[in-house]
Design a binder for this molecule. Structure first.
Ligand code: 7PM
Length: 288
């Protein structure tokens, strides 16, 4: 592990995040592929088949050029039924273990629960993606002890009700203020500043107008000193702006990923890895 760390550090101590021994290079735009691990109620194969399907999908995203795969057991999804800690661990751990053997990229765990963070990192995950920004009990201390990078996301309200009537006096100032407070809390808990990533949380307690203003203002979030992650893929803001159902949101999603990067995002979290990677390679050919 020391050898891996020093190798990552000699290349660039600031631009490459050490994700449990695997590097995430933030000197160019990075693509995080979304992997939802949920029992497939339509499959006769039960847990086994849906696990094999998830693995195959993750390997494909890795081959298409994903820089990191985000594994989620669905407890943080807006409107999702709350899942018990044990159920979340039973869903994600086997997938993380198998994926860790099959792909070289770092693996992210999408969770808010300290016990899930611990089990996922023991299984090979090297990055924590927390839509609650380490506000759940024990999450700050656990993330600090696990010594992996963390994404802190903004959310107004709670997933079940957050889209009912989101209000802000100044959405950019309020999101930036929240993220500044969580960055400070994370550093005070012992997480090094270089391991922290921030995310405005598109769609998490925001109207279309709020989301658009945040997208145009990613540069102001970058001024907080941490790399910015943007999750815009297939989101309902596309449906609201263009009247398109979720299965027709590929092209606008790719456009939004490019706009996020142009405005200063370092990582984009997407479902459609191949098209996004190609678009961002073109962005790099123009701007680097
Ligand atoms: C239904 C609605 C299902 C919304 C899933 C979602 C983000 C995230 C999600 C994000 C980070 C989705 C969302 N969104 N984590 N998790 N940033 N860091 O579209 O924007 O995947 S769940």
């Amino acid at each position: 592990m020391a050898a891996v760390n020093s190798k990552l550090e000699t290349r660039s101590s600031k631009l490459i995040l050490d994700c449990n021994g695997r590097g995430l290079d933030l000197s160019r735009p990075s693509v995080m592929g979304i992997l939802n691990v949920t029992p497939d109620s339509f499959s006769d194969g039960g847990v086994f088949l849906s696990r094999e399907n998830a693995l195959a999908q993750a390997v494909r995203m890795a081959e298409e050029g994903a820089d990191i795969i985000d594994v989620g057991g669905e407890s943080t999804r807006p409107g999702a039924r709350p899942v018990s800690t044990q159920e979340e661990i039973d869903r994600v751990v086997p997938v993380i273990e198998a994926l860790h053997d099959r792909i070289p990229q770092p693996i992210s765990i999408d969770t808010s629960k300290a016990d899930v963070m611990r089990a996922a990192v023991a299984a090979g995950a090297g990055f924590i993606n927390d839509v609650r920004a380490l506000r759940d009990e024990g999450a700050l201390a656990t993330a600090a002890a696990l010594n992996v990078p963390v994404c802190l996301m903004h959310m107004q309200g709670e997933p079940r009700t957050m889209q009912e009537d989101p209000r802000y006096a100044d959405v950019v100032a309020e999101v930036a203020g929240f993220l500044r407070d969580r960055l400070r809390a994370a550093r005070e808990a012992g997480i090094p500043a270089r391991s922290l990533v921030i995310d405005p949380g598109f769609g998490f307690g925001k109207t279309l107008a709020h989301n658009l203003e945040l997208l145009r203002s990613i540069g102001k979030l970058r001024d907080l000193g941490a790399p910015v992650l943007a999750g815009l893929s297939r989101k309902s803001m596309i449906g609201k702006a263009l009247g398109l159902p979720v299965e027709r949101r590929l092209h606008p999603s790719v456009a939004l990923a490019v706009m996020a990067v142009q405005n200063g995002a370092s990582i984009v979290r997407v479902h459609d890895v191949g098209p996004t990677v190609e678009a961002l390679r073109m962005w790099q050919a123009v701007y680097s």
